[in-house]
Design a protein around this ligand. Structure first.
Ligand SMILES: [Cu+2]
Length: 317
């Protein structure tokens, strides 16, 4: 994947225009930009001229000649009024285009979590990247499992907060096949800036093929590899490391077949049944030194998926 290439399709100032609203958003951006440049040059220019023209000189006396000029005042109120009226009208029209999804839009769920995005497709498959067909309207239903994140696809001119405890909506229609960057634009925490994913816009007919193929990963990948994929896409990584460092939960590294001390003072040896139970009923046996904050995955992970995760944990020697 070439992230850099995807970005360099744009020009020096803005990313590529890859959705139906990109062009109108950019048009208004440039309109306001050049308008500001024009008035900046005009105002500063006239100011400089007056400073020079009416500078203090020997023999020249400050004098007060005019009080007000109705025509001048109407002009400097009227022109800006028309301009901001035009900006409001154009901006509001684009805002409506960006906000109201067409009725035929397909829905993909987006979940933000520390520190990654996950995308749930209509058939229930979860992936760490967003895949969409070209020229199709996609409605995003955004939520967060922890803090506020901000879903941002510069090439589509789409940015919407993902907020815990509520759903936000966004939509877009991609116009060019390719790969585009997805960011989290919520820069109040240490690692939001690491939440980089990609949006793959598939040429006609290929999205369906991809979805079918990807959804079938359990039967296609070796179990440990499928388990690793689930570890990232289903949010385990948020609390469990695989390199031995403790996070909100214990690391998975080297736990299999080893004893672990529980909060109630007893000890268990980590085996398949213990891992399964920890995933389905996390509060039944709480690991010593940790809070019982792990959510249950009962009903959220299938047996084969739990099996794959177990294989993955086993592989982490
Ligand atoms: Cu974030």
């Amino acid at each position: 994947m070439n992230y850099w290439l995807a970005q360099t399709q744009g020009d020096f100032w803005l990313p590529p225009q890859a959705s139906t609203v990109s062009a109108e958003v950019d048009w208004l951006f440039y309109f306001i930009y050049w308008l500001s440049v024009f008035f900046f040059v005009l105002i500063v220019g006239v100011m400089m001229y007056f400073i020079f023209r009416y500078r203090r000189q020997p023999g020249r006396r400050a004098e007060h000649t005019s009080h007000h000029n109705t025509l001048l005042e109407l002009t400097w109120s009227g022109i800006p009024l028309l301009l901001v009226g035009f900006i409001f009208y154009t901006g509001f029209k684009s805002f409506m285009h960006m906000t109201v999804a067409p009725a035929d839009a397909a829905e993909i769920k987006v979940e933000g979590q520390k520190w990654s995005w996950s995308f749930t497709y209509p058939n229930g498959y979860v992936d760490k990247d967003l895949h969409v067909p070209v020229d199709a309207s996609i409605r995003l239903l955004l939520s967060s499992s922890d803090v506020i994140h901000s879903f941002y696809v510069p090439a589509f001119r789409v940015k919407k907060d993902a907020v815990p405890g509520r759903y936000n909506k966004a939509w877009f229609r991609a116009t060019q096949p390719g790969e585009y960057l997805i960011f989290c634009a919520e820069y109040c925490g240490t690692q939001h800036s690491d939440m980089i994913s990609k949006c793959v816009v598939h040429p006609p007919g290929e999205y369906e093929k991809w979805l079918q193929d990807a959804s079938d990963f359990l039967s296609k990948m070796p179990p440990a590899e499928a388990g690793e994929k689930l570890y990232t896409t289903r949010g385990c990584r948020q609390c469990h490391s695989v390199d031995g460092t403790a996070g909100q939960g214990p690391s998975f590294k080297g736990i299999f077949d080893h004893p672990v001390a529980l909060a109630d003072g007893s000890q268990v040896v980590v085996d398949e049944n213990y891992i399964r139970e920890s995933i389905l009923e996390p509060n039944k046996k709480v690991v010593g030194g940790y809070q019982a904050i792990m959510p249950t995955y009962k009903g959220r992970l299938k047996d084969e998926e739990i099996g794959a995760i177990i294989e993955y944990i086993k592989s982490l020697k």
